[in-house]
Design a protein around this ligand. Structure first.
Ligand SMILES: Cc1ncc(COP(=O)(O)O)c(C=O)c1O
Length: 381
């Protein structure tokens, strides 16, 4: 038997798998993992089925189907006023996860520092570690998870190669304002730092606010990889199709890695998505769709013992439970599954550093019936 020396000795089964398993064992309502329990638009499914029948069943171009890259370019220009050349500045990826991994693989070398704002989505850290990079964690502050820009400035060193940001933010549901983006732009100006901007929830922003894409800010755009996900936008997380936009010289390096670890992404899905994207109505109303779910969920639990600041974007809502128990969030999440048959995600699992706040993350991308049942349970605690 070979005894492999692990390149990621600290990485185990993800919390999503563990919680999912426990939820199944206890027949719990599952608001833990971030995906909808409803299907994509039948019109999109019809386009996919047509694309398969029209023989789009062999390799797609390495960068992605051109009509899809053109549709992505038009969307970004219309929404954020920045033109990305479809032929040289956009790549279709196997979900945002691959866009993120490939960006890190293309640039992070041994001992490079990468600033990660925590809590953070779980795929950043292992990718950075795999390429010998060093994580510099920067905690969001207070119970409203605000960014401390002077701490951010102090975290930058001559070794900083990359900064990873995520707005709208998983798991906290906070969104960054124009003022946040301008401060980020000012601090990064005159550096060679690459910005990886995880914007998978770009179309899920609430209360009349706008998504602040890094592509909107000229100096940020010159250094940014914008990573996005059709899975989140079109209720199709299982398709694993996303995209990445970056200036030509950066995208060239990205594609050097992409062409040898993925080469190309599901052809028929790309053809269907190119057609579907032609109608902006298919994504501009997504915020209103999820805001209705957020609002009915929060109204239903307003008299519970949980404290809540309404989520500003994403399909996640944090609930604070300090009035209920002193338990650590992992213990309380387990308790909720075993004793109340309700699954959520403890926020501490999104942190590499010490964390003792009392929040659980609930995914409200669920049908009204499921959210109602979950609300009844939360009200009974
Ligand atoms: C913040 C964030 N980034 C990236 C991803 C991954 O997106 P995809 O499913 O397109 O790979 C997710 C999925 O949950 C996410 O929440």
């Amino acid at each position: 038997m070979i005894e492999p020396s692990s390149k990621l000795p600290h990485v185990g089964t993800t919390i999503f798998t563990t919680i999912g398993q426990l939820a199944r064992e206890h027949d719990a309502i599952n608001l833990s993992q971030g995906f909808p329990n409803f299907d994509p638009d039948p019109a999109l499914l019809e386009l996919v089925s047509e694309a398969f029948k029209k023989s789009h069943n062999q390799y797609a171009p390495m960068q992605g189907v051109l009509s899809l890259r053109e549709a992505i370019s038009e969307k970004i220009e219309r929404l954020h006023g920045r033109y990305y050349h479809p032929e040289s500045e956009i790549t279709v990826t196997a979900g945002a996860t691959q866009a993120i991994f490939t960006t890190i693989a293309a640039f992070v070398r041994q001992n490079d520092e990468v600033i990660v704002i925590e809590p953070a989505f779980d795929c950043y850290e292992p990718a950075i570690s795999l390429f010998g990079g060093k994580i510099v964690p920067l905690p969001l502050e207070g119970n409203d998870f605000k960014m401390n820009w002077s701490a951010f400035k102090s975290a930058i060193s001559p070794k900083t190669k990359m900064v990873i940001i995520n707005t709208p933010h998983n798991p906290t549901g906070t969104i960054w304002s124009e003022s946040d983006m301008l401060q980020l732009q000012e601090i990064l100006r005159d550096t060679n730092i690459i910005l990886l901007s995880d914007e998978v929830y770009e179309h899920i922003v609430f209360d009349g606010k706008a998504h602040e894409s890094a592509s909107k800010y000229p100096d940020l755009a010159t250094r940014s990889f914008i990573c996005c996900s059709f899975g989140k936008t079109f209720h199709a997380t299982g398709w694993k199709v996303g995209y990445c936009a970056a200036p030509k010289s950066l995208m060239l390096e990205f594609q050097k890695v992409h062409q040898f670890n993925v080469f190309s992404v599901n052809h028929a899905m790309q053809v269907a998505l190119a057609e579907y994207l032609k109608d902006p109505q298919h994504y501009v109303n997504l915020g209103a769709f999820y805001q209705e779910k957020r609002d009915s969920f929060l109204t239903a639990i307003k008299d519970s013992r949980f404290k809540m600041i309404p989520s500003g974007g994403t399909y996640f809502q944090l609930l604070e439970y300090s009035d209920i128990t002193d338990e650590k969030d992992t213990a309380f999440a387990e308790h909720l599954i075993k004793e109340h048959q309700l699954a959520s995600i403890p926020v501490s699992v999104f942190c590499t550093g010490p964390y003792d706040k009392k929040f659980l993350r609930f995914c409200f991308a669920k049908t009204d019936a499921v959210l109602e049942k979950a609300s009844e349970i939360l009200n009974s605690i």
